[in-house]
Design a protein around this ligand. Structure first.
Ligand SMILES: NC(=O)c1ccc[n+]([C@@H]2O[C@H](COP(=O)([O-])OP(=O)(O)OC[C@H]3O[C@@H](n4cnc5c(N)ncnc54)[C@H](O)[C@@H]3O)[C@@H](O)[C@H]2O)c1
Length: 311
């Protein structure tokens, strides 16, 4: 099959591209390298079944040309930075909503039958039901990122309804593993490399979060795509466990063999838009036969090993 992967030089996108090529598919990848990393595409670039388009998907013509002939669009390009949303309020609208609409238009005009989208567990805002199922209400949006993903999901649903596109919406928890570039593990890792004796934590360290290994995430997306059906399918993606930020800190410190003095910023949220508890009900995805292969602790350790250059 022929795939268009957007955000192909990112953490998730480059892992997806490598997997699709390994499975024998042909892939066009688009990236503007705003956060993407050239080296992540080293293997793919040597493969004749891969073509890279350097371009900004905010330009509808870039999206339209890239989608020509695709059987599936896997849309991963985004502003994936939740924490700094309030510093640039238009960014989430542009990168997460308008880019998605450009790709939906490109799918419609090129008659691409299937569209997969990386949403987030942040859409549940401050959820009231745990583990949170796909059918839970979105009580209140606490981040511009979450709000932009809800808006993007809505456009996808309307395009699926209006134009018969089969859509797959994946609400990921935070991902970990090889090529990890942003999130708490790398933040703590960098602090500890510079100052092994001290660590500053945003919030009170009691935030409870679920995490998923990148390889398990990619496998889940492909499992869902193989179980094709009409309309819109929505899947939570995570592990059936959660941990406190403090647990994660202790695993990182053990893996790095450091015993820092820990200070806390205080408060139940690390930053505006942080959700103190994220734990998703992933039984729908499990119903397709998919299972995560790594625990949260193993994923954290894998990530530290990757950052150490050992993985
Ligand atoms: N990493 C996570 O923990 C996580 C969790 C939940 C959801 N997601 C979602 O998964 C997707 C991938 O996230 P990631 O962690 O790989 O992020 P990333 O920043 O590593 O990758 C995003 C890629 O998109 C590219 N990009 C951004 N805007 C673009 C544009 N206008 N045109 C072309 N390319 C553009 C960037 O250069 C980058 O390579 C995102 O949609 C993100 O919101 C990620």
């Amino acid at each position: 099959m022929h795939f268009l992967v957007t955000g192909c030089a990112g953490f998730v996108g480059s892992t997806m591209v490598d997997r699709l090529l390994r499975d024998g598919h042909s892939v066009v990848g688009v990236d503007d390298f705003s956060t993407g990393i050239e080296a992540f595409l080293e293997g793919a670039s040597a493969n004749p079944r891969f073509r890279l388009v350097r371009g900004d998907l905010l330009d509808p013509d870039v999206a339209l040309a890239a989608a020509a002939g695709a059987d599936v669009i896997v849309h991963l390009a985004a502003n994936a930075d939740v924490r700094h949303g309030t510093e640039h309020p238009r960014k989430d609208l542009e990168q997460n909503v308008l880019v998605t609409v450009n790709l939906l238009e490109a799918a419609r005009r090129n008659a691409v039958p299937r569209f997969a989208f990386s949403s987030t567990g942040s859409v549940y805002g401050d959820a009231t039901v745990f583990p949170t199922p796909e059918t839970a209400p979105f009580p209140i949006q606490t981040s511009l990122y979450g709000a932009s993903k809800v808006a993007a999901e809505s456009f996808i649903q309307a395009y699926a309804e209006g134009f018969g596109i089969r859509a797959f919406i994946f609400r990921f928890v935070s991902l970990l593993g090889e090529r990890y570039t942003h999130g708490h593990v790398v933040d703590f890792y960098r602090q500890l490399i510079q100052h092994p004796d001290s660590l500053h934590v945003l919030g009170d360290g009691r935030q409870r979060k679920s995490y998923l290994y990148i390889g398990d995430c990619v496998e889940a997306v492909l499992t869902a795509l193989a179980n094709d059906g009409p309309g819109v399918q929505v899947y939570n993606l995570g592990t059936d466990e959660y941990c406190e930020v403090n647990d994660s800190i202790s695993w990182i410190c053990q893996a790095m063999n450091v015993k820092p003095q820990i200070t806390y910023g205080g408060g139940t949220r690390g930053w505006i838009g942080d959700n103190p508890f994220i734990f998703l009900d992933c039984s729908a995805m499990r119903g397709l036969g998919w299972r995560p292969t790594l625990t949260i602790r193993e994923s954290v350790e894998r990530t530290v090993a990757y950052l150490d250059g050992r993985a």
